[in-house]
Design a binder for this molecule. Sequence first.
Ligand SMILES: Nc1ncnc2c1ncn2[C@@H]1O[C@H](COP(=O)(O)OP(=O)(O)OP(=O)(O)O)[C@@H](O)[C@H]1O
Length: 911
Amino acid sequence: MARHHHDLMFCRRLPGIAIGRLCEKCDGKCVICDSLVRPEKLVHICDECNYGQLLGRCIICNGKGISDAYYCKECVDLEKDRDGCPKITTGLRVPGSMIKPPTKIGGFTSATANKVAPSNAKRKATENTNGSQTARPPSASDMRHAAQGRQIKAPATRIAKPPAVEMVHAGRRSSQGFVVSPKQAGSASLLDHLPTAHGSTRAVPRNAGVAGASSRIAASRTSSTRGRVNVGKVGGTMPRGNIATMDSVKRRRLEVPAYLKSKMEAPRTSAMAVPKTAAKNMNIGSNGVFSGSEQEENGDGANGDSDSDTDDDDDDDVSLGPPPALHERPENDINGRLKDLEAFSRYMIKKNRTARKTKKLLSVELEQNTTQVAQLEFDKNIIAAKLEEAEKQVRTLQGTRDHTQRELGDLKRRHEDEIDELKRKFKRQDEQMQDEQRALKKTIDELQESLESTKAKLGAKREECLRLESTISKQASDQLEIESTCRSLKAKMEQLEDTVNSRDINIAELQEKLVSRDNLVAELEAKLRVEETMRRRLHNTIQELKGNIRVFCRVRPLLDSEKSDNAGLPIRLPECEDKNEIELTQSSENALGKVTSKTSPFKFDRVYAPESSQDTVFEDVSQLIQSALDGYPVCIFAYGQTGSGKTHTMQGPDTIGDVSDDALGIIPRAVQQIYANTSKLAERGWEYVLEGQFVEIYNETLQDLLAPSGRGGSSSQQSTGDKQTKLEIYQDSDGHTRVKNVTTVRVDSAERVHWLLARAAENRTVAATNCNERSSRSHSVFTLHLRGTNVLTGESSSGVLNLIDLAGSERLSNSGSSGERLKETQAINKSLSSLGDVIAALAKGSRHIPYRNSKLTHLLQESLGAGNSKTLMFVCVNPSPASAQESLCSLQFATKVNSCQIGTARRQAGS
Ligand SMILES: Nc1ncnc2c1ncn2[C@@H]1O[C@H](COP(=O)(O)OP(=O)(O)OP(=O)(O)O)[C@@H](O)[C@H]1O
């Protein structure tokens, strides 16, 4: 099948070629088959400079795929038949269809080329047809492969190998390769045919983008010259606009410098291309520069010989040789001389013509070089665009690569997490297996041990069995003995059973006796309880018989400081059986200096001599303590002047701390006795609760001696009137006298009593007076509430024990007090006077008892109550002569109290 190819219109810059017109060279005919190609399918583009524009459309995809590959209709049909619409997005020029631009340089016309090219094309087509199948243009798939960086595998049978350019030159070869003639330089650029390193000629691409085009042009040019050029199809030639791979771009980049290099060498090559004969005639040196004289001659000769260029083309290759010599002739040899001149003139004319040709060649070469430079710049822009596109692709690929790397990272992390999870899982399983293994090993060990022990036991059992067997045999013999022994023992047992029976009868008799004894004990205990009640009653009767108000007088021994007084002692205790008498002798001197003595006898319930111990005193007091435990209100107070021994009697020595039991006063002893008795009474069903409180009356103000320090610690603080800690006396609903806000301490141990007294001693107001080195200026009242319950009989009792250490009773005139101390003394005397008034009123049986005249009598109202209290007054006497008068006053006050007969005490029974 004949192929119809047409390729290009040429650049408008080339003379004689109009855009949109068919090539002058082929007149729109395929250079191969010589058939006309439809004009609208032509590409108006210059393959030389690429300045043209793509005006045609692909006839296959109707412009969807812009291509600069164009086929004639038949060829396109062929392609369609073969591959369908190839959707050509990149095109290839059909190799071998490139034709030489129709220039008129070098005497070469397009018409000539038009004539020559078809013949060459035909010949080539014939060769292709004979040698192999007709070459076809690369298909779209080939182009896609090329765009993907794969080389287009040209079918060996279809696309012929690019033919080596065989050039037959009229010029001589230089040592470096070809030296082409100026005619060749005009038809095919001298730059197109550079010698290779091997001395062969190859087609040098004009630029990277149009390498194939250059070679085609070269081939075309060659075909238009006298030389023979095999115009073949150059496979893989990438035209302008083709999207080449990066490798091809790089390769082209590498080719450009070589081309430029060759281009730079072009002038020298051109110079070298000047025929030696012309150069010789023109006196061109080795550097190709005309000499001055010859230039002038060239200038002269160029004026009228330009039309003969074509005619002398055949002489271009002939060396001019040396100028003809001017022979020495005689002057008359005019003909000879004219002949010489004509010869020289012809030589000069020829030389001038040669120079003009050379000039034309050089100008054409210059123009071609300019065109090539422009083409190179265009190619450079294309390459830059491709490079930019490639960089975009690279960036896209980098983005893809980064995305892929991130995905790979994520995948890697997920895999690592899964691996970690699997490792942990494996570790847990491993640990579990190890635990199980250990447990199994332990079980095995235990089983092993068990097995060993079982073996040992088995061995022991075997031995035991052996022993038992021997024992059994032995016991069999013993059994006979035992049976005989049993029989004898049986007889004995029968005897013993008789004995046991008689013993059982005895035990039963004894148990009956025991029961009768228990009953007897219960009866006795009941009797005891009755007798206890009786005892209480009798005891109370005795106390009542002794008097509900009793007065004991105690004379303290002289202190060391008092023994220096030589005066006779005013106190005397008469010898009597009851030890209840005391005499006080007072001496007085009248105005005449006569000393008279007056002895005043006093009689009380009991008088204690100075040497009487605390024990002795408490023996008589203990019966009253028992009365308090039995449920009676008891009040024991000590009265006397300052330093007469009140505190010593009630509490003991004034030293705080360890005190010997013998020195203890009534208060600690009373508490100890109560403890002892409650323990005994517990055997008879009595349970007691003891609560104590300790208050002080100072300047008619109550102060809590058991309060924590800072609350009621000092009288001054108390006098400031702290509402919360202010102590107030009131009667509760049962008629008992109570103190509001007072500290009540559960007295449940002896240590608690010591602590209680120590704290009270610390808090007690003590002030120095003239009467004593240490004087108590207040009344201290220790109250112990005793609540008892008999869980057996249901009886209950509620007693109160008041133990009072009164303040000193010295007279105002003797005390020498003043200021605050005077006020204290007045308050003390007032309260003592009120006490006397209350007792007197009780004795008289007055309807009104002035309890509320003082805090002291108000507080002791219950204990001084008519008929239901037991009161004991200790009148303490200082035996020193200096205190005789005060002692007399105290004894007189005590006598007054002792004379009172208050009604029978009434036992307070609990509810
Ligand atoms: N029976 C006694 N045996 C030995 N010494 C005693 C006796 N009675 C009192 N004394 C001593 O006499 C001194 C004064 O006694 P005490 O302090 O008891 O007197 P008071 O009447 O309580 O004085 P005040 O009213 O100032 O409290 C103390 O040193 C005390 O030890």
